[in-house]
Design a protein around this ligand. Structure first.
Ligand code: NDP
Length: 294
């Protein structure tokens, strides 16, 4: 078993981003700037946003966290997004999901200027990704592709099975793995809760991407010998063993599956760290205007 080590790869790529950010700042007189909007006080979202902000500081970006009470209206939020869209000193904007039920996430996503949509959720970015055009790629699939690239994993011709079809992880992941690029060129099967014979589908995979949201859903009997296993799941459970009061589990039973896999990502220390890298890279590209010229 070889570890796809998110700690190691993210540290290396962040060092490169830091150097590029410093060159950008020297040239433009300002730092790349990411704004994150957080509504309410969901524990997971708080942790993710705090980590994104901390990582921005680490690589020399400016970061602003705008917080709203859970009762904020959709109109108020939209007005703020429109204001940020117009601000030339802000390069990237993310609105942390999930949002409270009275706010339509589609409407919010489409209000963000696609040129500042560093989460890559806007339909223009998703459409451009599908067509292999310059765009912001959703941070988690982007991070996974960077990880595969870092380890020089040859994915061409492999059978990839993605479990989970969400707009932010599973679906874009399936598109990227099928694209005519490297990494990519896989034969992809996208599975979900209505898939018949899921176990057989996963067992046939050379590459498994698990993005379900259920602790240890993928067990060793579902994985063929030498498969490459990417675990996206972050399942939080309360725990007295940790200082934070909770423990994270992946969607893959790491202990058993790692005995069969050729490569595998741990949780924590895998895809989560690479997601941050994807976001930072998108923000830097937004500042530099490499994806959408300014
Ligand atoms: P969603 O809940 O949006 O999607 C889950 C997907 O899993 C759905 O497509 C669903 O199918 C499918 N699914 C659920 N149960 C089953 C089942 N029994 N068999 C087959 N498929 C099933 O989740 P996300 O994609 O947003 O997130 C998935 C996981 O990844 C979560 O644990 C989340 O916390 C984590 N995550 C981690 C990130 C990171 O940085 N590491 C970033 C984003 C998410 P259906 O469509 O039919 O309902």
């Amino acid at each position: 078993m070889n570890l796809l080590d998110g700690k190691l790869v993210s540290a290396k790529i962040k060092e490169d981003i830091k150097n590029e950010a410093s060159a950008f700042t020297a040239k433009s007189g300002r730092k790349p700037h990411l704004v994150a909007i957080l509504v309410g006080n969901d524990g997971g979202s708080e942790t993710y946003v705090a980590s994104k902000m901390r990582n921005c500081e680490l690589v020399g970006f400016e970061s602003t966290n705008i917080r709203y009470h859970v009762d904020v209206t959709e109109d108020e939020l939209i007005a703020k997004i429109k204001e940020i869209n117009q601000d030339p000193n802000i390069d990237g904007l993310i609105v942390q999901l999930p949002l409270p039920k009275h706010i339509d996430p589609e409407k919010i996503t489409e209000t963000i200027d696609h040129r500042k949509d560093v989460d890559g959720f806007h339909p223009i970015n998703l459409g451009r990704m599908q067509r292999n055009l310059p765009c912001f790629i959703p941070a988690t699939p982007y991070g996974i592709m960077l990880m595969l690239e870092h380890y020089g994993i040859d994915t061409a011709g492999k059978k990839a099975v993605v479990v989970g079809r969400s707009n932010i992880v599973g679906s874009p992941m399936s598109i990227l793995l099928a694209r005519n690029s490297n990494p990519g060129n896989c034969t992809v099967t996208l599975t979900h809760s209505r898939t018949a014979n899921l176990k057989e589908e996963v067992l046939a995979a050379d590459i498994i991407v698990a993005a379900i949201g259920r602790k240890h859903f993928v067990t060793a009997d579902m994985v063929k010998e030498d498969a490459i296993v990417i675990d996206v799941g972050i399942n939080r459970e309360e725990s007295t063993e940790t200082k934070s009061g909770f423990k994270l589990y992946g969607d893959v039973d790491f202990e058993e599956v790692s005995k069969k896999s050729s490569w595998i990502t741990p949780v924590p220390g895998g895809v989560g760290l690479m997601t941050i890298v994807g976001l930072l890279k998108n923000t830097l590209e937004a500042a530099k205007g490499t994806v959408y010229p300014k």
